[in-house]
Design a protein around this ligand. Structure first.
Ligand code: FPP
Length: 248
């Protein structure tokens, strides 16, 4: 059954963040090596970006490579980097045609030069698109991002443009990689793991979490729509009582 029509168009999360997990296990189940799973995962990426456009999700952040992923076997890291470069260069035109704006968060300078170049070209090409903003978290970890923000603020204090009493949540947010995006209302993690794995720790403070056993390469449009419907059935209280929420 196509679940798209069961979605309430008046309650779409603006920003969805996804931990795409389970490529390796999916490949093993299919008797293939891990990188085959990552290749198949790209097809899910394509479908989910499309699904966002169809239902009106404006921002999609995908955890594509964490700071900790550098510790994987060299062969897998190299293959993943190659896959990123080739996917971005192949998909950029398609993304552009669909009105998708590509952005990146993370320690981009630690990526291979070819990857940085592909990313920059694709970001430039799609810079003015407004249908969906696709944010790739690459060489990203939340603790790295928060430490980086603290460093930037400390520098401003050293230079005398700010005082320690100026430090507020807003100032911290303005110094995070995500300063130009709203916080995600929904975070999805596939493959049955119930962890946040150093992903958007600050930004997910009030997000709804959706966990599914489905492995990332099998996570296609209908699975995404299921997650949106689950989100729509939650009561988001932001610390208030249920009665306060229903009287508003
Ligand atoms: C986690 O599965 C997945 C990754 C570390 C990489 C995700 C990358 C892609 C889906 C492809 C590239 C994406 C873009 C946006 C171009 P895992 O390897 O940890 O799986 P396992 O837990 O089953 O071992």
């Amino acid at each position: 059954m196509d679940l798209k029509h069961s979605i309430n168009k008046n309650n779409i999360p603006q920003h969805v963040a996804i931990i795409m997990d389970g490529n390796g296990r999916w490949a093993k189940q299919h008797g293939e090596d891990r990188i085959f799973g990552h290749h198949e995962g790209v097809n899910s990426v394509r479908e989910i970006v499309e699904a966002c456009g169809e239902v009106g999700v404006k921002y999609l952040t995908l955890y594509a490579f964490s700071t900790e992923n550098w510790n994987r076997p060299k062969d897998e890291v190299d293959a993943l980097m190659e896959l990123l470069v080739s996917t971005i260069s192949l998909e950029a035109i398609n993304l552009h045609k669909k009105g998708v704006r590509l952005q990146v968060i993370g320690d981009v300078e630690s990526l291979p030069a070819s990857c940085q170049k592909e990313l920059q070209e694709s970001m430039d090409l799609t810079a003015n698109n407004t249908t969906v903003t696709l944010i790739l978290a690459l060489s990203y970890s939340s603790k790295w991002e928060i430490a980086d923000a603290v460093k930037k603020i400390a520098r401003k204090i050293e230079e005398g443009t700010h005082k320690s009493s100026d430090i507020t949540s807003k100032l911290i947010e303005e110094n995070l990689n995500t300063k130009n995006y709203p916080d995600p209302e929904l975070m999805i993690r596939t493959s049955g793991e119930h962890r946040i794995s150093n992903f958007l720790l600050w930004q997910l403070a009030y997000a709804e979490f959706y966990f599914t056993d489905v492995l990332w390469p099998d996570f296609r449009k209908n699975e995404f729509f299921k997650a949106i419907i689950s989100y729509q059935n939650r009561e988001r209280r932001f610390g208030k009582t249920s009665e306060q929420i229903s009287s508003n």
